[in-house]
Design a protein around this ligand. Structure first.
Ligand code: SF4
Length: 346
């Protein structure tokens, strides 16, 4: 398997690297780096494989490998110094680097690229469903290798395909990140619909919040094409939640200490705006946010400056309403409810 040198990496001088999968090239690079100890971090979906992968790395390199028990949600929350103090190399599986988030120790990102999906068959499936002819393509990192061949196959079938570059939080053009769909957003005037290529609902949901055109989802492994999510219903649910906080007098402002989720300046600015309106606003610090930590607090509502998806996907797990920063500004009357603004993490 090939490494993916095209990725933007924040801290080249520290020796961070990007690999397509766990293979000989990664093992060679670990041996070459000569770490004393490695910490392996995996996303929740790969926890089952974590220990066999750790064994593979140990046996293939002769280096000691520890496994981080905390699953990683993204390249935004790699193992912190105090979570793995003895490791001088981190291996993060399933994520690309976030280029504007520097790492604090040498880190190898293994994107777990998947070779599944025949571009012609997939393009034919899209053609048969009669999608609008001007399409913006967005990919999960695992399926980025389909970008070029699928674009060509779609163009051969009469589609005009666009791929956005996005901002410095995205390692690749055309990439979806749950907190940043700037590549898709920049295509708004050029496309009539978006085609997300990947599995699951996480990205189609985020993309539906971020853009105002229909988002179709193509699962390259199953060859299944899903109709667009009802964006109006998603937005109305959030607007109702915003409306429920209109009388909130005391706010908790949630701040993550993970370096790729830390928006302290945003939190301080929101606190100042709340106080200027006579509201109480307290900053609450956490690394990984746990709904149980918010139980029993004498606060009316929260605004979350950590991962935007905590508010959008998990708010029902929390004891009080949890809004995104733009929603908070709607709640205190500084932004209109329409148009709805996705909380893009730049
Ligand atoms: S902030 Fe959230 S959506 Fe963004 S990379 Fe981290 S876990 Fe993913």
């Amino acid at each position: 398997m090939k490494s993916t040198p095209g990725a933007r990496v924040a801290s080249e001088p520290s020796g961070d690297r990007v690999f397509a999968t766990v293979g000989p090239e990664l093992l060679d690079a670990i041996r070459e780096a000569g770490p004393r100890r490695v910490v392996l971090e995996v996303p929740a979906g790969l926890v089952r494989d974590a220990h066999s992968l750790a064994a593979k790395l140990r046996e293939g390199t002769g280096v000691a490998v520890d496994v981080a028990a905390r699953p990683c949600f993204g390249a935004c929350d790699p193992p912190q110094r105090d979570e793995a103090p003895r490791a001088d190399l981190a291996i993060v599986l399933g994520h690309s680097p976030i280029p504007n988030v520097p790492t604090d120790r040498r880190t190898f990102f293994v994107e777990m690229r998947s070779p599944v999906g025949d571009p012609d068959t997939l393009a034919q499936r899209v053609r048969a469903a009669d999608l609008p002819s001007r399409l913006g393509l967005v990919f999960s990192i695992q399926h980025m290798d389909l970008l070029a061949p699928l674009s060509t196959a779609l163009e051969r079938r009469g589609f005009t395909v666009r791929v956005g570059r996005g901002d410095r939080r995205l390692a690749y053009a055309g990439q979806a990140l749950g907190c940043n769909y700037t590549g898709a957003e920049e295509l708004a005037a050029e496309v009539d619909a978006y085609l997300f290529v990947g599995t699951g609902r996480f990205h189609p949901l985020g993309l539906a919040f971020a853009v105002e055109k229909p988002v179709w989802s193509l699962d390259p492994a199953r060859g299944e094409l899903e109709s667009p999510i009802d964006r109006g219903a998603l937005v109305r649910r959030r607007q109702l939640l915003v409306a429920s906080t209109r009388d909130a007098r005391s706010w908790g402002i949630l701040v993550s200490t993970f370096r790729g989720q830390n928006r302290s300046p945003t939190a301080l600015a929101l606190q100042a705006r709340a106080r200027a309106r006579g509201l109480e606003a307290e900053i609450l610090l956490a690394s990984r946010l746990d709904p149980a930590d918010l139980l029993g607090r004498n606060l009316d509502a929260y605004v979350n400056t950590a991962c935007p998806r905590i508010a959008l996907d998990d708010s029902s797990n929390y004891p009080k309403p949890v809004l995104t920063p733009p929603e908070f500004l709607m709640a205190i009357g500084e932004l209109p409810l329409e148009p709805y603004r996705f909380d893009t993490y730049h």
